[in-house]
Design a protein around this ligand. Structure first.
Ligand code: GDP
Length: 208
């Protein structure tokens, strides 16, 4: 069975990671909550990205979309360490990274923490797409481009709420997935093998 490329969504709490996952999945898979730091498990779902609208013979590309956000986050005191851990974990398995920020709040210190963690954990070797979410309408777009200061190029502006620029977002995602080499996951005939899950209390030493 060919392994699907893995798209991992990272970003601080409340930027709309779950909302984007649900939007791309076309159904409610992940919990959307207005409270930052709501604890929830890693959520994964298979999605299909349609070919760009102008493509006459484009293919539909399947991928696994993983939201690692909010994992284990229970209070703001532990946010930084948890975000870094979450990113390191997500990156290890990612073929493509979606770095989601909130265009309405602009860049806040925790976004810089995420950016730093992405840089130091070797994400540079993987495609990172900066996604400025909450661009509900055109009037927010100009401010959203200021998130380019994070150092991951110009953002793709989108709104999980109003679906503003949804097609631009999926077109860009399609482009990135299409460019992945077979070694990145697509069309590789790998044996899925046996999957082991490590479970246990926080701090029990699972990551070690
Ligand atoms: P996560 O913590 O990053 O997974 O964020 P959620 O998906 O749970 O969303 C956090 C809050 O932002 C919720 O109240 C959502 O309804 C809201 N939200 C998500 N996407 C958008 C968007 O595109 N526009 C606006 N205005 N609000 C959004």
């Amino acid at each position: 069975m060919p392994a699907l490329p893995k798209i991992v969504i990272v970003g601080r709490p409340n930027v709309g990671k779950s909302s984007l996952l649900n939007l791309l999945a076309g159904r409610r898979v992940s919990i959307v909550d207005p409270t930052a730091g709501v604890t929830r498990d890693r959520v994964s779902t298979n999605i299909t990205i349609p070919p760009p609208r102008e493509a006459t013979d484009g293919e539909f590309i399947k991928a696994e979309l993983i939201d690692t956000g909010g994992m284990g986050i229970e209070d703001s005191m532990q946010l930084t360490a948890e975000v870094e851990q979450q990113i390191a974990h997500g990156l290890a398995e990612a073929d493509v990274v979606l770095f989601v920020v909130d265009a309405q709040t602009g860049v806040v210190p925790l976004d810089n923490t995420v950016a730093k963690a992405l840089r130091t954990s070797g994400a540079k070797s993987k495609p990172v797409l900066l996604v400025a979410n909450k661009v509900d309408a055109e009037n927010i777009e100009a401010a959203a481009y200021e998130t380019a200061a994070l150092g991951f190029g110009e953002p793709i502006c989108v709104s999980a709420k109003t679906k503003y620029h949804l097609h631009r977002f999926t077109d860009r995602l399609h482009e990135i997935l299409k460019d992945l080499t077979p070694a990145d996951g697509q069309d590789v005939d790998t044996d899925p093998g046996i999957k082991l899950a490590l479970v246990g209390n926080r701090n029990a030493g699972k990551s070690t």
